[in-house]
Design a protein around this ligand. Structure first.
Ligand SMILES: CC(=O)[C@@H](O)[C@H](O)COP(=O)(O)O
Length: 269
């Protein structure tokens, strides 16, 4: 069975998307991204300009790696700022893929739903392939689909908090109500187990940055996330058992001790 991640008509083997910020050095970033197996890498023109030293090293690596580049509009607060940055990013990074961020609150970096919809509508008209970083609000998500986004990236929890899946009810609702939309959990993932849980819940992929970049050993942590995401996806595909309220013996109790039992065909099916 092929189990590829499909986004905007492209297929990927890896379901882990990673950021390139906050690493102790470009060399560690490079090794970590490679260890993560990720094929989609996000970076911000505002913070990692290829014309500056560090930005150039990151840019060179991404070009060598053959990964899909996903420029982001981190730090933008209005649709106007977003559109200007998106156009510059498209020109410099030579891709029309865009991780759309419109931040509505400085304290929790929560996406501004109104700004997001307005910006997404305009960007789609201009030919961008928009992946919006959004809240887990079903109505906002539906509006983003209506204006032409083909992929959505609801937050797990606020960027950089490492709190994991903050509102599982909302996330589960999104998964159930938007079964055909690729949904990527973006931000707030602090541990591989949280990424695995997102995959078990049926999300298509996970995007993260801080948990790998700020680990004591980023390369090892990148490997751990890779394994957790693969494991969570395999578990989802295998079909998880339903939770029960009452206990149910996993070893059937028959009348006689097992060494005296003669099992007849079909009895323990
Ligand atoms: C790099 C990037 O795009 C972040 O804004 C993203 O949302 C990841 O968040 P964490 O750093 O919480 O993983």
């Amino acid at each position: 069975m092929t189990d590829k991640l499909k986004l905007y008509g492209k297929e990927f083997d890896s379901r882990l998307l990673v950021g390139t910020a906050l690493y102790p050095s470009p060399a560690v970033m490079r090794e970590s991204v490679s260890a993560s197996g990720s094929q989609i890498i996000t970076l911000s023109l505002r913070r990692q300009n290829p014309e500056q030293q560090q930005g150039k090293m990151i840019w060179d690596y991404i070009q060598e790696s053959g990964c899909q580049l996903l420029p982001n509009t981190a730090g933008c607060k209005t649709p106007k700022e977003v559109i200007a940055l998106a156009e510059m990013s498209r020109e410099i990074f030579a891709t029309d893929w865009l991780k759309l961020e419109v931040i509505g609150d400085d304290y929790n970096l929560q996406p501004d739903p109104y700004g997001l919809i307005e910006a997404a509508r305009e960007l789609v008209k201009r030919g961008f392939k928009v992946l919006p970083y959004c809240t887990d609000d079903l109505v906002v998500c539906r509006k983003l689909l209506e204006v032409g986004c083909e992929v959505l990236m609801p937050w797990g929890s606020p960027i950089g908090t490492g709190r994991g899946l903050m509102n599982k009810y909302n996330l589960q609702t999104l998964r159930e109500r938007l079964p055909d939309t690729p949904l990527i959990i973006d931000a707030g993932i602090g541990a591989p187990s949280q990424a695995g849980e997102a995959m078990e819940m049926g999300f298509d992929a996970v995007l993260l940055n801080t948990a790998i970049a700020k680990a004591q050993n980023p390369v090892l942590m990148a490997q751990a996330f890779k394994l957790a995401i693969e494991s969570g996806r395999a578990a989802r595909n295998a079909g998880l058992m339903l939770k029960r309220q009452t206990a149910s013996p996993s070893t059937p109790t028959l009348d006689m001790p097992f060494w005296q039992q003669t099992v007849t065909a079909g009895e323990n099916a």
